[in-house]
Ligand binder design. Structure first.
Ligand code: FE2
Length: 147
């Protein structure tokens, strides 16, 4: 797989989510270096652990944003997060069992990240924008008085 690069179209337009996505992406990028370029198995195991913990933290942040804004599709999105964590946990257990992580871990994480971000997380950002717009109009005085 080519060296992955951050693209502007990965951004969903919500500062906190985009900020955390960049850190998550940088961990996958680091994992790619360790697995595909330098072949450092022990360091890759540690970065995979860091990726798991960061993903867990980031998913909690995102889920809190969803709950605070009454996001309608919370349960399904939460389950997608849980499935990724289960998959990452399996890869870590495999490495602990002596299996050397191959490039498939990197490509899986990269494609999961891109697909999940542009297909699912973008919906949260859109929901937040619609909600703010709605609150703005609700807060406007009836009749829209002009002085
Ligand atoms: Fe998400």
């Amino acid at each position: 797989m080519d060296r992955m690069q951050w693209k502007k179209w990965f951004e969903v337009g919500h500062d906190a989510i985009d900020f955390e996505h960049k850190i998550f992406f940088s961990l996958i990028h680091k994992l790619q270096s360790l697995i595909e370029v330098t072949g450092e198995a022990e360091a890759a195991r540690r970065v995979l652990d860091e990726t798991y913990k960061y993903a867990d933290f980031h998913f909690t942040s995102e889920e809190n944003i969803m709950l605070e804004s009454e996001y309608p599709d919370f349960e399904r999105h939460h389950e997608l997060h849980q499935a990724l964590l289960r998959r990452l946990r399996r890869s870590i257990d495999d490495m602990d069992g002596g299996l050397v992580a191959g490039p498939e871990v990197v490509s899986f994480l990269f494609y999961w990240f891109v697909e999940h971000t542009v297909a699912e997380d973008l919906k949260i950002a859109t929901h937040l924008k619609e909600r703010h717009l709605q609150q703005f109009f609700e807060a406007s005085p009836p009749g829209g008085e002009v002085s």
